[in-house]
Design a protein. Structure first.
Length: 367
């Protein structure tokens, strides 16, 4: 098999004629900022897809988590349980509201938050759990929900990477009090930036929609703000891009799963390679296909792959390694093991089947 002519992309978005059409419609309408019909349409279609009561478009996945914590009244003196292995944006909003993140190690096979360790970390100050469906792989939501119910805790799902993933036939982001999604440029669908917060408590979600628009109460009088608000609105032009992308969500999901099946077929029997595993009742969206490799310097391997036009990325550095959240490594051995051996493989829908076969061939040769 010959080397593909172009770069084999890790996570770059597909942007085509449909996206151009919607963006032109938004520009021609004159509504390019936080007012315009595309925002409501995007929210309604997203809620319908997930089968939730309401979805609120927001400026980022980080903003979604921040607003979920804020709306639930979590703040100074409270603790929020999070996995040690995640992107830092899961944790920073806890600090924004003045609460304390309590870190939990991950399961060594699924790489997701370990329910047994969650229960060990619950204290009288614990107010919420933020499970992260890492790289699109659903958490064990049965066990997490049981723990939350037992200790009367809120659940805020970080579903930023898992649009389209399911657990027991139900979409991620729909199990907890709130589900938070990201539409950053590298996600399954993109609005450039942007995100969505979803749930079934219509009153709370309506309040969030009010808060993200600077808590502006135009029914009383113009520029009247009865509460502390936030500038977390999605723009109409971003929503236009999101709608165009959302029309292709099933196609994108199918392609991601096809790529995963090829990786498994070609690399699954390699003695040094292990894949991130799904729970028995989970169905990953495979936003990024990720593996661990034994006995290899991952950074050196990345350099060699890049020379062949293959983009890769390290697994997230455990958040407990960062100065502001520093904790003893020995308490999070699984998280650091996955990080040290982990590699995210090209999963962009810009790639084709031949690209994925070439990645597999190159990996086997280099390992």
């Amino acid at each position: 098999m010959s080397k593909p002519k172009q770069i084999i992309y890790l996570d770059a978005p597909f942007l085509g004629s449909k996206e151009k059409e919607y963006l032109i419609r938004a520009i021609d309408s004159g509504y390019v900022s936080s007012v315009g019909p595309f925002i409501n349409e995007f929210e309604e279609k997203f809620a319908r897809f997930l089968n939730v009561t309401k979805a609120i478009a927001i400026q980022s996945g980080t903003a979604a988590i921040h607003m979920a914590l804020y709306e639930l009244g979590i703040g100074k003196g409270d603790e929020v349980i999070v996995p040690a292995l995640t992107f830092v944006a899961t944790v920073n909003p806890i600090a924004y509201v003045g609460a304390t993140p309590v870190f939990v190690d991950v399961d060594p096979e699924t790489w997701n938050i370990d329910p047994e360790d969650i229960e060990r970390k619950v204290t009288e100050r614990t107010k919420a759990i933020i499970p992260v469906h890492l790289y699109g792989n659903p958490c064990n939501m049965d066990e997490i929900s049981k723990i939350a119910k037992k200790y009367e805790l809120y659940v805020i799902e970080d579903a930023t990477e898992s649009l389209g993933a399911k657990y027991r036939g139900k979409f991620t982001g729909t199990f907890g009090d709130f589900g938070c999604f990201s539409f950053n440029g590298n996600k399954l669908i993109t609005t450039g930036g942007g995100g969505m917060i979803v749930g079934n408590d219509e009153d709370r979600l309506n309040h969030i929609k009010f808060l993200v628009n600077q808590a502006r109460d135009s029914f009383r009088r113009d520029y009247y703000h009865p509460e502390l608000g936030f500038n977390y609105r999605m723009t109409n032009i971003e929503a236009a891009l999101g709608l165009a992308q959302f029309e292709q969500v099933e196609e994108f999901l199918s392609k991601k799963k096809l790529f995963y099946s090829i990786y498994c077929e070609e690399l699954g029997k390699h003695p040094k390679i292990s894949f991130q595993k799904e729970y028995e009742d989970g169905e990953s969206c495979w936003w990024l296909v990720a593996i661990t490799i034994e006995g290899i310097d991952i950074s050196e391997l990345q350099k060699k792959l890049l020379k062949e036009g293959i983009q890769t990325r390290r697994v997230f550095t455990p958040v407990v390694e960062f100065p502001m959240y520093k904790h003893e490594r020995n308490n999070y051995l699984n998280s650091f093991s996955v990080y040290e051996k982990g590699l995210c493989l090209p999963s962009s829908v810009l790639n084709d089947v031949d690209d994925i076969f070439f990645v597999c061939k190159s990996l086997k040769n280099l390992i």
